[in-house]
Design a protein around this ligand. Sequence first.
Ligand SMILES: *Cc1c(COP(=O)(O)O)cnc(C)c1O
Length: 381
Amino acid sequence: MTVPLFDAQREFTAQAADLEDAALRVLRSGRYISGTEVAALEADCASYIGVRHALGCASGTDALELALRSLGIGPGDSVLTSPFTFFATVSAVLAVGARPVFCDIDPVTFNLDPTSARAVLEGRDPALQRLGVDPATIRAMIPVHLYGLPADVDAVGELAADHGIKVIEDAAQAIGASVRGTHVGTFGNVGCFSFFPTKNLGAFGDGGLVITNDDDVADRIRLLRAHGSRERYFHEIAGTNSRLDEIQAAMLSVRLRGLDAAIEARTVHADAYDELLADAGVTLPDRGADRRHAFHLYVIRSDDRDALREHLASQGIGTAVYYPVPAHLQAALGDTGYAAGDFPQAERASHEVLALPLFPTLTRAEIEDVAAAVRANARVG
Ligand SMILES: *Cc1c(COP(=O)(O)O)cnc(C)c1O
C-alpha cells in the first residue's frame, strides 16, 4: 500500500457536493471580487476564532506583510522571530524593509524559546552582538505556532510588555489551535493565517486572513489591502492589491463548518501514531499543557532521519522535512552575518525532523502501515 503525505483529491471528494455547490453559486452570480461570500467568511472566521476583525487577503505571506505594515514596521526596524519556520515569515519582514533577527527554538515544542528571545531583546545574544544590531531597533516579535502547536504565548506576552514591542502571531499552520480555550492569533496585536491548499483550512488556490481586536489596526489593514482607498479612486495611503476571491471564500465557508471535526480527526490520527510508535526509537511530538494542538503536521524526530525517510519512501510512504535549512542560514538572507552554530537547537531540528502522513481522511489501516514501516526501520537500524 502507498500512503501519501497529504491527499488533496481525497479531501475534496469527502465534501465534493457542498464544495461544488459553493463554487457554482459564485460562478453563476457574476460577482467574483469583494462580494457577499468574502464578507460572510470574514464574519464566520471572526466568530469561530473569537476576535473583532477578520480580514481576507491574498495569501498567508500577504497577511504577515499587511500585519507588519499596519503596525508601522519598516526600514530601520528589526523584527525578532524563530529561525525554524517557513521562509515566508522572514520574507514578509524583508518585504517591508525591516531586518529579521532570530532567537533559538525550544527543542521540545519547536517554537521559539522565550529564554533565548529574552537574551536577544536584552542585547545578550552573541550572534546579535557580532552582527552589531542594536536591540532597541527590535519593534516586533513574530512567534510561529509551528505544526499547529501554540507557542508559549504567556512568555511572549511578558517579553512584549517588558520591551514595549508588538506581537504578530504567525498562525498559518494553526487555525483552530488554542491555549486555555483562547484561539491563537488573538494573543498578540495581529494574527495571520494561510489558506494554502494543504493547510488545516485549505482553499483551492491561495488565500490568507489577518485578525485583530484593534479597530485602528483593522482599519489600516482594510486600507492597505485595497490600495489605500476607502472610497473608490481616492487613495489615502499607498497600499497594495491583496484580496481573497469570492470563489475561494465560498468554498472555505464549507470547510470552516467542518474545521473542528477535521482537527478532531487529525488528533485521533495523532493519538494512533503516538500509541503505535511509542517504542519505535523516535521522538514523538509534544502537545504542551493547557492547549489544543491543531495537528497541521505530525512531526517526529529521528537521529537517523534521512535513512528513515529513504526507508519509508521505499515502502511507498510520503514524508516531508519541514524545514531542512533554518531561516538564518538561507542564501536569501545574504550577508546579514548569521552563521552555522548561532542557533544550535534550530539547526539540530533541521537534521532530525520528519513529517509523517496526516490529513483528516487518512485511515487507521494507513496509519498502521506507516507505523509498521517506521518500526521495521528501527529494527534494521
Ligand atoms: C504557509 C505558511 C506561511 C505562508 O502562507 P502562504 O499562504 O503560503 O503565503 C507563512 N508562515 C508559515 C509558518 C506557513 O506555514
